[in-house]
Ligand binder design. Structure first.
Ligand code: GTP
Length: 171
């Protein structure tokens, strides 16, 4: 058959945002949450997305591992940034990490597309994607094409819309 296009994607965001849960959903159609433990360092997963074959680097969001993210910036074709939209306390921290990412030459000189998941949209206290966009300062920060979606990593709601956008950016 036709060989699928190979694409590398970096998945980042603060610890506990739901990165591994979202990726598990994409891989198997459901998130077996019992099995998911905090990521140490990095895990890589291979997934099929339409006509693309993705290698996704699922980075740990824990503070002590965040310095690892930058080593991937120059070699990936897209970034998925997962935030916990119900974690208002740490939104400034998420903003700071996103800012560092978008100001890295590996990202902005190549205009690497950025998909943001405003995850945990099921929680009553969660912020809308519009509020998250404002709080993250996305419009002014990013030279790259970006897109934000509300998502629920547990049910998979919102994931397809987000990854369809990414697919179109990468084809
Ligand atoms: P690190 O590996 O530490 O960087 O975390 P992570 O971003 O990979 O988060 P992980 O997928 O381990 O999820 C953290 C917790 O959030 C788990 O208990 C998940 O079950 C839960 N979770 C993930 N997505 C959602 C969601 O959309 N809604 C709710 N309510 N909980 C979620």
């Amino acid at each position: 058959g036709v060989r699928k296009k190979q694409v590398s994607v970096l998945c980042v965001g603060l610890d506990n945002a739901g990165k591994s849960t979202i990726l598990r959903h994409l891989k198997s159609g459901k998130a077996d949450v019992q099995e998911i433990v905090p990521t140490l360092g990095v895990n890589s997963e291979r997934l099929t997305l339409g006509s693309l074959c993705l290698t996704v680097f699922d980075m740990s969001g824990q503070n002590r591992y965040r310095d690892l993210w930058q080593h991937y910036y120059s070699s990936v074709q897209a970034v998925v940034f997962v935030m916990d939209s119900s974690d208002k306390l740490r939104l400034p921290v998420a903003r700071h990490e996103l800012e560092s990412l978008l100001q890295h030459p590996g990202i902005y000189t190549r205009r690497v597309p950025l998909l943001v998941f405003a995850n945990k949209s099921d929680k009553p206290e969660s912020l809308s994607p519009i509020s998250c966009t404002q709080m993250l300062g996305l419009s002014s920060l990013s030279d790259s094409p970006w897109h934000i979606c509300a998502s629920n990593g547990l049910t998979g709601d919102g994931l397809e819309a987000g990854f369809m956008w990414l697919h179109d950016q990468l084809c």
